[in-house]
Design a protein around this ligand. Structure first.
Ligand code: CA
Length: 229
């Protein structure tokens, strides 16, 4: 998971980033509207946290710009204003949710996670992967009630693949979602994480959960996949 934070109050932006990182979400920061547009333009975020009052381009114009590009990345607005009219305008412009300052970081996290799930079309916190149950709230994987010993990084890899059930996900895309800047230096370890994850998921079942497409990436074996209603 990777979130773009566009917020000119640097201390607030850094507090938010720290809270997201503690929850396994990588972050990039922009402290003005133009930088926010530039980073959002790469289109590889799972969510954009967007402050309204920004130097350069304001939040509303950043939001308009994102949506004008037919980019449907979920956008959560952070607003110091509570005028209902401007909130309605923002929702009409394509914002997904908003939070008035000052807000509780716990509430922000809950909203962020819910929006990312909705953005990926996963509405329920529990996802079934054949005989495995992946609980996205507790970040655990279990088989018939027994927890598997999946590390936080392995869990994040699995969760990302679950969010893209029909896609072959490249190593680079996985790395960008797992790590902050300097993700290149983790390039060699991702294969080891995938290999360990695979062993833990497959553990004597003879089933194959993650397919490798040489030179292209990884995909969950589609026939193994069933979303809970
Ligand atoms: Ca501001």
């Amino acid at each position: 998971m990777r979130v773009l934070i566009v917020e000119d109050e640097k201390r607030l932006a850094e507090n938010i980033a720290a809270a997201l990182r503690e929850n396994g979400i990588a972050t990039d920061l922009a402290h003005d509207g133009e930088t926010g547009k530039h980073l959002a333009g790469f289109g590889h975020y799972d969510l954009v946290l967007l402050d309204l009052m920004l130097p350069g381009a304001d939040g509303a114009s950043v939001l308009k710009w994102i949506r004008a590009r037919r980019d449907h990345t979920p956008v959560l607005i952070l607003t110091a204003k509570d005028e209902s009219q401007s909130i309605i305008n923002l929702l009409n412009l394509g914002a997904d949710d908003y939070l008035s300052k000052p807000f509780d970081l716990g509430e922000l996290l809950a909203r962020v996670k819910a929006l990312i799930r909705r953005g990926k079309g996963v509405a329920t916190p529990t996802v079934k992967l054949r005989d495995l149950e992946v609980d996205t709230m507790t970040k655990t994987v279990s088989r018939q009630g027994t927890l598997l010993d999946v590390s936080p990084t392995e869990y994040r890899i699995l969760e990302y693949l679950l969010h893209k059930p029909h896609a072959v996900v490249s190593k680079r895309e996985l790395l960008e979602h797992l790590y902050d800047f300097n993700w290149e230096r983790h390039s060699n370890v991702i294969e080891a994480h995938i290999s360990n994850l695979r062993k833990k998921l497959e553990a004597n079942t003879g089933a194959s959960y993650i397919q490798t497409y040489r030179g292209r990436g990884y995909r969950l074996s589609p026939e193994e996949m069933a979303m809970e209603p």
